[in-house]
Design a protein around this ligand. Structure first.
Ligand SMILES: [Zn+2]
Length: 345
């Protein structure tokens, strides 16, 4: 059985079935969800029923319309991640090693998954709590990883249920790009921060080196595309002093993935009878239809294509060895944009 995460991971590096670029539609005037400015003019990109707009004032790119999926959607799409402890992400490591960070205190991690970061933060001396919408992941974190304070709530739900609870640190790694209403999200974060409290976060860097579309970076999975300017603008206008911003450089694996993406061979292109194989398309389906696609066993042709695809990907690692020094020299950016900030209120 192919689950969402595996499918996403596979297709994130090879998706030859995409045809939606290059047809920008005239957009009506829309408001930037971060700074409120009116954004008029053509969409930067159109995908399905959604259009991507760019705010000239704060530099955020955002999709319209934005309707956040429910908990079931996240369970369906990220289902492969809810029964294991994933390795730490660069943002987690930056925070735990960041000298201006608080170093101790009560910490809340929004979207904590199965608790990989919370486990490391606890070992580093923090008293840890987390929220996670995927109920299976939340249960795994509590029962198997031994993190008693993991709540299957949104940040709004948490603030409502625990109105007096304040933390020294609130973290949200790879969460802000999923938000339909970033200002409301930041206000909820502030509502559970102590005076002078810290936030640490990461988002996919919009300026990362890409040789094709990143299929996970589309609605309803991601609604917002950030760069360091858009991120520091949002935090600055909501009472935060930005202490550190880090843009991860493109690494060796990223280089291999981009070579793989650039060399389109059609190995992942579905035949008409096999239905859509792009994770980007599955994400926009109704729940039942998406569930059926994710449950469907791969055909012999698909399995053969997957094998060839993996062989091609392995060959790209060899190619990456040759070009990586050049990529480093050119200063290409990787996927992670990390930020540490402190509340001035
Ligand atoms: Zn804006």
């Amino acid at each position: 059985m192919t689950n969402g995460a595996q499918m996403g991971a596979r297709l994130a590096t090879e998706d030859a079935s995409l045809t939606t670029e290059g047809t920008p539609a005239m957009g009506a005037e829309v408001a930037c969800p971060a700074c409120g400015s009116a954004v008029a003019g053509q969409a930067v990109e159109v995908y399905g029923r959604c259009s991507l707009f760019a705010c000239a004032k704060c530099d955020l790119q955002f999709w319209e319309p934005r309707t956040m999926p429910d908990a079931r959607w996240y369970e369906q799409m990220y289902g492969g991640r809810d029964e294991k402890l994933l390795p730490l992400e660069p943002g987690h490591k930056y925070f735990l090693a960041d000298p201006p960070g608080p170093g101790r205190g009560e910490l809340l991690d929004i979207g904590c998954g199965t608790g990989n970061f919370l486990t490391a933060a606890r070992e580093a001396g923090y008293e840890v709590s987390g929220t996670e919408l995927d109920r299976n992941a939340a249960r795994f974190a509590k029962e198997r990883v031994g993190l008693p304070r993991v709540f299957p709530l949104t940040i709004s739900g948490f603030v409502e249920q625990y109105p007096g609870k304040k933390f020294e640190v609130v973290t949200f790694f790879e969460v802000l790009e999923h938000q339909a209403a970033p200002v409301e999200f930041v206000e909820k974060v502030k509502a559970c921060l102590q005076p002078g409290g810290f936030v640490a976060l990461s988002v996919p860097n919009r300026e990362r080196w890409l040789t094709g579309p990143d299929v996970l970076d589309y609605p309803p999975n991601h609604f917002l595309r950030w760069n360091s300017r858009a991120l520091t603008n949002l935090l600055g206008t909501h009472g935060f002093e930005v202490l550190a911003v880090r843009e991860q450089p493109a690494g060796f694996v990223h280089t291999a993935q981009m070579i793989n993406m650039a060399l389109r061979t059609g190995l992942s292109r579905p035949s008409a009878s096999e239905g859509p194989a792009s994770f980007r398309d599955v994400m926009q389906m109704e729940a039942e239809q998406a569930a059926a696609v994710l449950r469907r066993a791969p055909t012999a042709r698909q399995r053969a294509m997957q094998l060839l695809g993996r062989m091609k990907y392995a060959a790209c690692f060899a190619a990456a060895l040759a070009v990586y020094p050049y990529i480093r020299m050119r200063g290409k950016k990787g996927a992670y944009l990390y930020c540490l900030a402190r509340c001035k209120d």
